[in-house]
Ligand binder design. Structure first.
Ligand SMILES: Cc1cc2nc3c(=O)[nH]c(=O)nc-3n(C[C@H](O)[C@H](O)[C@H](O)COP(=O)(O)O)c2cc1C
Length: 373
C-alpha cells in the first residue's frame, strides 16, 4: 500500500499526504514593497493538494536579500500580502509553512541597505558565486556576489531578532509554521562550515559547538516565540552549494546538529540533497546516520520521483518527501502520482522571473475518457 498518499500527523496538524512542495524561489514579485500578491496566492492555491507547502525563501530583512523580486516577511505590506496566500491555501484545506531566508554573503551591494557590503561569518567572497541583482547599468541580471563584511557579535544578535520578528510576522500572516533556511550555502551554513568560518569568538572556529551555535540559537529563539511545533529547519549535510567546501569533522558537525535538534521537539528537520541542483548528493548511508541521531520527523528533498519516494518511506529512511521542480509544471502533482498520470517536464527557462507565464498557467491533467454508447 502506498505510504506517500497516506495522511500524516505533523504535531497538531493533519497532512492529507506525505508529499511536500519544496521551497522554490520564483522571483515573480513585482512591487516596491516586495510583498507576495494575488498571483502568489493563486500559484500556491493551485498546489494546495500537497500535504504541506513550504514557500519560496522569504527574506527576513533587506540585508537578508540576495535575489531581486523575492518576497519579504519583515514589514506590514508583506504580512498583508502573504495573508492572501495562506487564506487561499487554507480554503483548499492545505497546510503551508513559510521559509525564512537570510542569504548572508550570497548578495550584492545593489540589494543591500545604503549599498553596503553583504554580511557573513567572515569577510570572504564566495568564489564564482552569483546572485540576481542590478548590474552596473542598473539592469536586473545574474552577477557576481560582492565581498561581505564579517558580522560583529552585536550584529549577530540583531539578525537573531530579525529572524524572531519574521517568524512572528509569518504567524500573523496565517502560516501554519516556519522553516528556517539553514541549507544551500546561505548565512547559517556560512557559520557551520569550518573551512569558511575561521572566527575566533563563540560563533566560529574549530569547535563544533561554536559553529552550530547560530543555527541552534535561531531555532531556540523562534521556538520560544511561536512554539517548537511550528518551527522547523532545512539543512544540507555535506552540501557544496554556494562555495561550501569540505571541512574537518564534517559528518560529526551535522550529526551534532541532528542530536541537538532532537532535544527540541520541532515540527520537522528537512534535508536538502543537492544533486539535482548542481552540487553533490548526500553521501551514501549518511541520511541513515542522521536519522539515527535525530528522533523527530524527518523530511528529504532532491531528485525524488514516485518510486524513489515510496522506497524511502517504506524503508523508514524519512517520514516526508519534498518534491521541487515537479511541482512547478504539475500543480496537481498529488493527483498525477495517485493515478500514475504523466508529468509535464520541468523547463528551467521559466523558473525565475517574468510574469504569469510559466508560473500560474500550468494546467491540471485532463484524463481522456472513452465513452461506450
Ligand atoms: C527554481 C528553484 C528555486 C529554488 N529555491 C529554493 C529556495 O528558495 N529555498 C530552498 O531551500 N531551496 C530552493 N530550491 C531547492 C529545492 O527546494 C529542492 O531542494 C531542489 O529543487 C531539489 O529537489 P527536486 O529534485 O525535487 O527539484 C530551489 C530549486 C529550484 C529548482
Amino acid at each position: 500500500m502506498s505510504k506517500l498518499l497516506q495522511p500524516f500527523k505533523l504535531g497538531q496538524m493533519e497532512l492529507a499526504n506525505r508529499i511536500v512542495m519544496a521551497p522554490m524561489t520564483r522571483a515573480r514579485i513585482n512591487n516596491k514593497q516586495d510583498a507576495a500578491d494575488a498571483a502568489t496566492a493563486l500559484y500556491y492555491a493551485q498546489r494546495s493538494s500537497a500535504g504541506l507547502i513550504i514557500t519560496e525563501g522569504s527574506q527576513i530583512s533587506t540585508q537578508a536579500q540576495g535575489f531581486l523580486f523575492t518576497p519579504g516577511i519583515y514589514n506590514e505590506s508583506q504580512v498583508k500580502g502573504w495573508q492572501a496566500t495562506t487564506k487561499a491555501v487554507h480554503d483548499n484545506n492545505g497546510t503551508i509553512f513559510l521559509q525564512l531566508w537570510h542569504v548572508g554573503r550570497m548578495s550584492h551591494t545593489s540589494l543591500q541597505p545604503n549599498g553596503q557590503a553583504p554580511v557573513s561569518s567572515v569577510a570572504q567572497r564566495a568564489e564564482n558565486g552569483t546572485c540576481f541583482a542590478f548590474d552596473d547599468q542598473g539592469n536586473p541580471g545574474v552577477i557576481s556576489v560582492s565581498k561581505p563584511k564579517a558580522l560583529t557579535n552585536e550584529e549577530i544578535q540583531l539578525i537573531k531578532l530579525d529572524f524572531v520578528q519574521a517568524a512572528k510576522n509569518a504567524i500573523e500572516a496565517g502560516f501554519d509554521g516556519v522553516e528556517i533556511h539553514g541549507a544551500n550555502g546561505y548565512l547559517i551554513e556560512q557559520f557551520i562550515n569550518a573551512t569558511l568560518n575561521t572566527r575566533t569568538d563563540i560563533y566560529g572556529g574549530q569547535s563544533i559547538e561554536d559553529r552550530t551555535r547560530l543555527a541552534l540559537e535561531i531555532v531556540d529563539d523562534i521556538a520560544l516565540a511561536i512554539g517548537a511545533e511550528r518551527t522547523s529547519i532545512r539543512l544540507a549535510p555535506l552540501g557544496r552549494f554556494a562555495g561550501m567546501t569540505p571541512f574537518n569533522q564534517e559528518q560529526e558537525t551535522w550529526l551534532h546538529l541532528a542530536a541537538e535538534l532532537s532535544k527540541r521537539d520541532l515540527a520537522y528537520v528537512h534535508l536538502s540533497d543537492q544533486e539535482t541542483i548542481g552540487a553533490q548528493a548526500i553521501p551514501e548511508g549518511f541520511t541513515e546516520k542522521f536519522r539515527a541521531a535525530y528522533n523527530g520527523v524527518l523530511m528529504i528533498a532532491g531528485g525524488f520521483d514516485k518510486e524513489k519516494a515510496e522506497q524511502y518511506l517504506q524503508e523508514g529512511k524519512v517520514d516526508l518527501i519534498a518534491f521541487g521542480r515537479p511541482f512547478i509544471s504539475n500543480p496537481d502533482l498529488v493527483e498525477r502520482i495517485k493515478h500514475n498520470w504523466p508529468l509535464t517536464a520541468a523547463d528551467p527557462a521559466i523558473f525565475y522571473g517574468g510574469d504569469q507565464q510559466g508560473y500560474t498557467d500550468f494546467p491540471n491533467y485532463v484524463a481522456h475518457t472513452t465513452t461506450i454508447s
